[in-house]
Design a protein around this ligand. Structure first.
Ligand code: ADP
Ligand code: MG
Length: 277
């Protein structure tokens, strides 16, 4: 892979990490006494309509959690609250024991270690897969000042391993705009991983994917689980069944049911509001 040329300008690698928040229990997030993500009594209203209604949810460090529920249940709004895009009207949102997410900006939350993939892929279409990855890595660790710096071998190795993980190793020199929809989704997940998030939020990652791409994405999620806490919102029940540990069902802005896939799938309330339709 060609890292490109350009003068080294002494980029400040390693800054902007969660360590700025102290509490160095595990990479800056204190999970010693409880969950990695903690939402309690979260309410979000849009013109009086409660998109989230007293939502409480906890996620353990390192778990893979699937979130399902009908359209309008508040799944995306929940991710908006966690990532600081939407401020709750009421409730508590904590990252580990000590980081109050309702007090941090979106960029601070991302720096603290919560990465999010939106429903639509937002890769740089005119750049190659490699250039997209390079940009994601540099803008995370060195700020814009290090953009012209040549990647070191550790960084190249990281890009390589992420591309292998996301099935894009053979597409490294492809212009992103020519990738399939599924490959773009993987590239965006890869760009997210370049930032080494503790928590990865994926909103409908397999929407629009072929069956083969969906299966590869399931494998990817299962791989991610080993190093990250992963939250997957998805409608594709075969996909959810393939990766599910604990499944949370959201409905009308709060948790309707939670548990193993089989229990959730056979819950009459879940069948009534979601699966049975
Ligand atoms: P889901 O992702 O589960 O389909 P959303 O979180 O997108 O649900 O939406 C929950 C509800 O909140 C929907 O009724 C939606 O129309 C409403 N909503 C979401 N965002 C906004 C917004 N910015 N302004 C007004 N209403 C919104
Ligand atoms: Mg949504």
């Amino acid at each position: 892979m060609n890292p490109g040329t350009g003068a080294t300008d002494g980029g400040r690698h390693g800054e902007g990490s969660a360590q700025a928040f102290g509490h160095l229990v595990t990479g800056g997030v204190d999970v010693s006494h409880g969950p990695i993500l903690y939402l309690e009594g979260v309410t979000v209203s849009f013109d009086g309509f409660r998109a989230l209604d007293d939502l409480s949810l906890t996620l353990d460090d390192g778990e893979l959690r699937c979130i399902i529920g009908p359209n309008g249940a508040g799944k995306t709004t929940m991710m908006d609250v966690i990532t600081g895009r939407t401020r709750p009207d009421a409730g508590r949102v904590f990252f580990g024991q000590t980081i109050d997410l309702t007090r941090l900006s979106e960029s601070r939350i991302a720096q603290a270690g919560i990465g999010r993939k939106f429903q639509r892929p937002t890769v740089f279409e005119t750049m190659t897969v490699f250039e997209n990855m390079e940009l994601a890595l540099k803008t995370d660790k060195g700020g814009w000042a290090s953009l012209r710096a040549v990647l070191d071998s550790a960084q190249l190795g990281r890009i390589e391993s992420i591309l292998v993980l996301t099935n894009l190793r053979d597409a490294v020199d492809r212009v992103a705009g020519t990738l399939s929809h599924g490959q773009k989704q993987w590239l965006e997940i890869g760009m997210l991983l370049a930032q080494e998030p503790r928590v990865v939020l994926l909103d409908e990652p397999v929407a629009g994917m072929t069956d083969a791409e969906t299966e590869k994405t399931a494998e990817l999620c299962l791989q991610l689980e080993k190093q990250h806490t992963v939250v997957v919102v998805e409608h594709d029940m075969d996909f959810v069944a393939r990766i599910a540990r604990t499944v949370t069902v959201l409905c009308e802005g709060s948790v309707l049911a939670e548990g193993p896939m089989d229990a959730v799938r056979n819950d009459p309330r879940v069948i009534e509001v979601y699966l049975g339709r």
